[in-house]
Design a protein. Sequence first.
Length: 53
Amino acid sequence: MATHNFEFVVSKVHKTEYKGGHSFVVTRRTIVLQGRDLAIYGLDPASPNGFNN
């Protein structure tokens, strides 16, 4: 079984509520995972942000 390296640009949106509305802060980082690590990190290509959460 071959080992593949996957590179993901992970974007997480943090919603912070404050008086009068909502503030959205997006943080981006690039992570490189091996194939077997995908399940560990819960990556799900079907979800909008690539995560199961």
